[in-house]
Structures are given as structure tokens and as C-alpha cells.
Write a protein that binds this ligand. Sequence first.
Ligand code: DX5
Ligand code: ZN
Length: 214
Amino acid sequence: MKLISPSILAADFGNLQRDIEMLNNSQADWFHVDVMDGRFVPNISFGFPVMKVVKQHAKKFVDVHLMIVEPEKYVEEFIKLGADLVSVHYEACTHLHRTIDLIQSTGAKAGVVLNPATPVLMLEDIIADVDLILLMSVNPGFGGQKFIENTYKKIRETKDLILNNNSTALIEIDGGVNLDNAAKLFDAGADVLVAGNAVFSSENPERTIELLKI
Ligand code: DX5
Ligand code: ZN
């Protein structure tokens, strides 16, 4: 699968509706919504009000990435507001299995996110139960950072884990994705690429989304 999930974090918040419409008319597959709390990550982005606006206008699958402590307290509200998939960090969940269960019990899809320094083997006992694995290819907290090359190794390890466990989980990559590494990431086994600055800082975002899929 070759899906592109542009990150709203890099959009122009003064013209959010315009940017969402641009994505509706583009070949983008999903909307990536980055929620940061200033505790799990050293930055604060946005929460429910922005999520509401995204859902009001977005005509595609909404992929919510929670970079917050105690995500189990908020997943139901994000799903109520229209999240189709909610991903929580392995590093932020004391009872990960319970949180995945909670997300899926509502009918939404559930993903687990690994920071760059968290080994793929930590997924061994949850891989059969999740819909998506999100591998961070930068340290979470900010858009526009440099891609970490070790991600290719982690994609291959995740792919092996998925195959060995008859899992149907998709592999999503987030951080520093651009026109130079997108094809290589898909070749390595990624299914979904998040792209923030590569899309929104380009002269022609719609064309860039097309090119990211080639
Ligand atoms: C980073 C966020 C990313 C970010 C990606 O903490 O999770 O989704 O918006 O931005 P780029 O593509 O600019 O690295
Ligand atoms: Zn993200």
C-alpha cells in the first residue's frame, strides 16, 4: 500500500479550511493530526477545537497521532470528534493493551507509535492486536526535522514481526519524509508516509503529494 498522510501541523492555521480543501482535492489519502501536550513532548500544538475543524471539512480518513501523557483519558473524545484511527505512544502507555482495546471497542482503528530509540521488539506482544505501527523517524515534538536513517532497519524488523505473527498492521513513517526518501521508504515496506513540511512548504503541494507516491 502507498498512502500519503499530510500533517496538518504544517498547514497555515489562518487558512486552515483552504488547506484542508486543497488536501481534499489532492491525491492525499489521509489527514494526519498531531496532538502535543508540552509534557510527553517539549511542544504544544492543538487539541479538540482544531480536531473539530479538521473533521468538519476533511473528506478523507483522519489519522490522529497523540503525543500526550495518559492518552487513555482523551482517546474517546478524539473518536467522538471523528478520528478514524488513533495512535498512542508505547512510551506513554502503562497499560498499552487496555488502551488499544479501548480505542477498538469504539469501532475506531488503533495504532502504536515507537520513538526512534524504542526497539521494534517491544511490539512482540501487541503486534497481533493493532491496526497500525507508527515508527517515528525524528524525535517527536516538531515538524521540519532531519530524517533518522536507522528507520529503514526498523521498517524491515517491523515487517518481519508482522509476517511472523500473521498481523494485518500497516506500517506508517512520521518525520522528515521528503521527495528524496519517500520511494525508498515504500520499497523498504512502509504503507503510509506522513509529510508535513515537504508538502506545505513546497511551491505546489498537490504536485508534491503526487510525486511522494511515485
Ligand atoms: C513530529 C510530528 C510529525 C510532523 C512531521 O512530532 O509527529 O507528524 O508534523 O513533520 P515533517 O514532515 O515536517 O517532519
Ligand atoms: Zn505525527
